[in-house]
Design a protein around this ligand. Structure first.
Ligand SMILES: CC(C)(COP(=O)(O)OP(=O)(O)OC[C@H]1O[C@@H](n2cnc3c(N)ncnc32)[C@H](O)[C@@H]1OP(=O)(O)O)[C@@H](O)C(=O)NCCC(=O)NCCS
Length: 220
């Protein structure tokens, strides 16, 4: 792909992800852009078995950007890292399309697994600052993980999770409604596609959508 085509595509991505960008040329100054371009080159060398060259490229990019992506990691389209400093992505991590990470995110191993050791992240996922995701676990599509969380188990698609250990705070249903949960797993509110609150503060067992809302709301 030509340089200008890549620059235009990345500019469109930056505009969607970071409202503070003002011009196309600023893309060249984003740490994620440099790390991503280096990773593309490093990954090709890795796949060709040129491990020393691959690691040399990734380590040089890491020194320049503060983002360390192992050359073996698989990364999908429209990948964006905001700020970037302190991001670490392990060798067997797999990242889907349209994924956004913030500074300090680790997609790492526990040190106990062999072979596939790092997380698999679905499409349309956002992982906020300083969050650690460990082990060969699956993060489903359309997941949001709050800042400073530690994730050691699979995360169900279409949820927002926070904390350590994580808890589900929101669940997005296919009809566009969103269920928000209290700390005890009971339903705090349900909003419809337009954001209008249609249930609030109800015992989840009597809620009109209790059958749709999944295990975290049913547990109490
Ligand atoms: C997860 C996040 C996106 C909020 O999602 P949300 O769906 O709007 O959640 P709410 O704000 O309604 O919070 C729901 C509950 O989760 C808690 N919560 C939210 N974020 C949390 C976090 N990161 N860690 C622990 N608890 C958190 C809230 O305190 C609230 O708790 P309560 O049930 O006791 O009231 C947001 O809190 C977050 O973590 N943002 C990170 C921003 C960031 O990294 N910015 C870096 C910019 S440089």
């Amino acid at each position: 792909m030509g340089f200008f085509k890549t620059l235009n595509e990345e500019y469109e991505l930056c505009k969607r992800r970071d409202p503070s960008i003002h011009s196309k040329w600023e893309v060249l100054l984003y740490p994620y852009f440099n790390a991503k371009m280096a990773h593309r080159r490093a990954h090709k060398h890795y796949l060709a078995g040129h491990y020393f060259r691959a690691r040399w490229i990734s380590q040089r990019a890491s020194r320049k950007t503060g983002i360390e992506i192992h050359p073996g990691a698989k990364i999908g389209k429209d990948f964006f890292i905001d700020h970037g400093t302190g991001v670490v992505i392990g060798e067997t991590a797999e990242i889907g399309d349209n994924v956004m990470l913030f500074h300090g995110v680790t997609l790492g191993g526990t040190g106990k697994d062999t072979g596939k050791r790092h997380p698999t992240v679905g499409n349309d996922v956002t992982i906020y600052a300083q969050t650690t995701v460990l082990g060969p676990i699956n993060i489903g599509d359309d997941v949001i993980i709050g800042a400073e969380s530690v994730v050691r188990h699979d995360v169900e698609a279409h949820t927002t999770v926070v904390g350590s250990p994580i808890r589900v705070v929101k669940r997005r249903l296919s009809d566009g409604s969103v269920i928000a949960y209290n700390r005890d797993g009971s339903i705090r509110s349900v909003t419809d596609r337009a954001g209008t609150v249609i249930e609030q503060g109800k015992d989840c067992r009597n809620c009109c959508i209790a059958d749709k809302c999944g295990p975290s709301a049913q547990q109490e």
